[in-house]
Write a protein of this length. Structure first.
Length: 393
């Protein structure tokens, strides 16, 4: 195992009626004015937005609203939010929603705390030096942004989807009430669970010697998510299942499942970012669509790692050797994705990739042929193209 540092500073308030703590938690931030950032109409229709604004009013906290966040959150709205916050004197961002809303909130927070264009940070031209404080009221178990150091934004100019990892953006608090996820459509529930799993699997597939405890945490988190998403799809108001998914969302992406490793591979996320940026697909679904093609491509470099995954996570009976066991595990994961309604190929999302499309995606994913992605087996532009080709249909 490798030496590591672990930081998880977010104050979590978890459980039924956790939203009632919002006034107290925001008051503790000693802010002058809050931007409540949210997505579409669900926050209004459910009454959650009213509950949040009422709590702030009762605590005599000034606020303004900015909705309109969409999946694969847009840079244009981030820039609008930055201008609004600077004009209104906002010094705290409250995200009410899922990962897209939290990511957009983090980007706005970077923008109001630093000079220049916020996109410079996501395009790796500059490193942020500050970030306004952010809090979250979580409404979907998926991205883990409520406890992570990550955010991902899509630039409509070229439809580039890019991520930024920086400790400055970690949420000051996260309110997690599993009952807020009861009304999620099944596809969103399943896609969110897939995202949770992939955050752990990206860290799990590493070439370095790992800490057995870290592996055990990751393996059991994955099995827990598989069990809970199946239960939640069968009964959307199964509180224990929803709670398990919501807590797993945070633990999968706050660094816990990567302690002692090299940080993980992350190729599948890079592959999906290009698909999500171009075709605006659900992130978890896109990850499922490319995972097995990536896995079969890289597995021969270390079949024992995939064999361990097959036995410990997918409950596969070992085959004649590690390679056979590894392939059985990949097959089993594909079947699981299918069982919860997730795609295992890109065309199952209604996308018919052309040769030109795949070349473009590979070119963008390799940052215009200037980088390789991944650590388990670094992939150049041609290898990226080959995976898109395998994952097409």
């Amino acid at each position: 195992m490798l030496d590591f540092e672990y930081c998880a500073p977010t104050h979590v308030v978890f459980g039924k009626h956790a939203v009632e703590r919002i006034g107290e938690l925001v008051t503790d931030q000693n802010c002058k004015k809050v931007l409540i950032h949210y997505g579409g109409g669900s926050a209004k229709r459910s009454g959650l937005l009213d509950r949040v604004t009422t709590a702030l009013e009762q605590s005599q906290i000034s606020y303004i609203l900015l909705g309109g966040v969409v999946p694969n959150p847009r840079l244009s709205l981030v820039r609008e939010g930055i201008e609004l916050c600077k004009r209104e004197g906002v010094d705290f961002i409250l995200a009410v929603g899922g990962g897209s809303v939290i990511d957009s909130s983090k980007a706005i927070a970077y923008g109001i705390a630093n000079d220049g264009d916020v996109w410079d940070f996501y395009s790796k031209k500059r490193v942020p030096q500050a970030c306004a404080p952010v809090g979250a009221v979580l409404t979907i178990a998926a991205a883990g942004s409520e406890m992570s150091n990550s955010s991902v934004i899509t630039n409509e100019d070229g439809w580039l989807k890019r991520g930024l990892n920086c400790e400055l953006c970690r949420c000051k608090f996260a309110i997690m009430d599993p009952t807020l996820t009861y009304t999620l459509p099944p596809y969103q529930t399943a896609s969110g669970a897939a995202d949770i799993m992939m955050h752990t699997m990206e860290r799990y597939f590493t070439q370095v010697d790992t800490l057995n405890l870290t592996d055990a945490i990751a393996e059991n988190l994955l099995k827990s998510v598989m069990r809970d998403v199946t239960a939640a799809l069968n009964d959307p108001e199964d509180y224990d299942a929803r709670a398990g998914l919501m807590w797993a969302s945070s633990l999968s992406h706050n660094g816990l499942t990567g302690c002692g490793t090299d940080g993980g591979d992350w190729s599948c996320h890079q592959l999906e970012h290009e698909l999500g940026g171009k075709y605006d697909i659900a992130h978890g679904a896109g990850l499922c669509a490319v995972w097995s093609s990536w896995a079969r491509t890289v597995m021969p470099t270390n079949p024992s790692r995939f064999a361990k995954f097959a036995v410990h996570v997918m409950d596969v009976q070992p085959g004649a050797d590690d390679t056979e066991t590894a392939n059985l595990g990949i097959d089993a994961m594909e079947r699981f994705f299918e069982s919860i309604g997730m795609p295992t190929r890109i065309n199952q999302m209604g996308i018919d990739l052309t040769e030109e499309d795949m070349r473009e995606l590979a070119y963008k994913c390799s940052f215009m042929d200037t980088r390789k992605i991944g650590r388990f087996l670094p992939l150049d532009k041609q290898a990226i193209y080959t995976i898109y080709q395998k994952a097409k249909a």
